[in-house]
Design a protein around this ligand. Structure first.
Ligand code: ADP
Ligand code: MG
Length: 283
């Protein structure tokens, strides 16, 4: 560990320590240029670290899905997978059929890869990476460029693989909302890990829930006078409070109730946490 990768002058990965838990899903989050792809390439041994080492207990080669596909547009899904299966020594005959069912490829199995939708292509790419039954699967931004529904489908598929097959999954993403339930999250900026934990822990540590109060204009001074212990700001007839926790949000609501027209409680998100950590929004 203590992984570092320097490209000429640029430090792309700066002294990173990472523990991948077997059978779990690890999400590496960060904006473009954070060093995510470089880190993945170091982990799979495609790049040699400038400093540090990677220790991995494994017997089979890891499965890898990169952003650009390696499959042939002119061949069907089945032809692509069969051809790739031959490149391994010990892929059993039924493995392609198994993956067809597991990844839901049946309806487009005999269609040419080049004619598939992006979401379908991604599923075939994942099937290809699983041909030799790897214990660990690395995916670099598997959901980038997909619409939100398709992203959800791919994410669910990966969760299922992790839970049902006990597959260890390491993936990168710049969509913070995707990692919202992940139990092992690393947030990366500028080549460094700036936070690590479960999504819930990170949100609790850095995110702040918001309580948005809509109050009648003449009641605003009364409401503001009660917010002595709470950070807030005012926009129009809305008072946006940053209570420290849910209990204090309930307290604020109780006190202000007679003067409220409406309210909204927004639990803290990974995006809030990211903003608190880096001072900028991830887009
Ligand atoms: P991410 O995947 O998070 O977008 P990358 O790992 O691709 O980030 O890149 C991290 C940084 O390293 C970027 O500033 C990028 O420009 C730089 N970089 C990536 N690959 C190379 C390379 N082969 N040579 C020089 N610089 C590179
Ligand atoms: Mg990348």
């Amino acid at each position: 560990m203590h992984l570092t990768k320097v490209y000429k002058q640029h430090v792309a990965v700066n002294d990173i320590n990472l523990k991948i838990k077997a059978g779990r899903m690890t999400a590496i989050l960060g904006p473009n240029g954070a060093g995510k792809s470089t880190l993945i390439k170091l982990l799979i041994g495609q790049l040699t670290p400038t400093a540090g080492t990677v220790e991995m207990n494994r017997t089979r080669q890891p499965g890898v899905v990169f952003q650009g596909s390696v499959l042939d547009d002119a061949l069907t899904v089945e032809e692509n997978l069969r051809l790739r299966a031959q490149q391994y020594r010990d892929v059993p005959k039924q493995r392609v059929a198994e993956l067809r069912v597991q990844l839901g490829l049946t309806s487009f199995f005999h269609q040419r890869y080049g004619t598939l939708s992006e979401g379908q292509k991604r599923r075939v790419d994942i099937a290809r990476a699983l041909l030799n039954h790897p214990e660990i699967l690395f995916l670099d931004e598997p959901t980038t460029g997909l619409d939100i529904q398709t992203r959800t489908v791919i994410w669910q598929l990966l969760h299922d693989l992790q839970q049902r097959e006990g597959l260890t999954i390491v993936l990168t993403t710049h969509y913070l909302d995707e990692a919202d339930t992940a139990d092992n999250v690393y947030i990366m900026t500028n080549g460094r890990v700036c936070s690590h934990g479960s999504a819930a822990e990170i949100k609790q540590r850095y995110g702040r829930p918001q309580l948005v109060l809509t109050v009648a204009p003449n009641a605003q001074p009364t409401v503001l006078a009660t917010l002595v212990q709470t950070e807030f700001h005012v926009t129009g007839n809305q008072v946006i409070c940053l209570p420290t926790d849910m209990a204090s949000a309930i307290q604020i609501l109780t006190i202000c109730q007679p003067n409220l027209l409406d309210f909204e409680y927004r639990p803290s998100s990974l995006n809030d946490a990211f903003m608190a950590l880096t001072g900028k929004e991830l887009t």
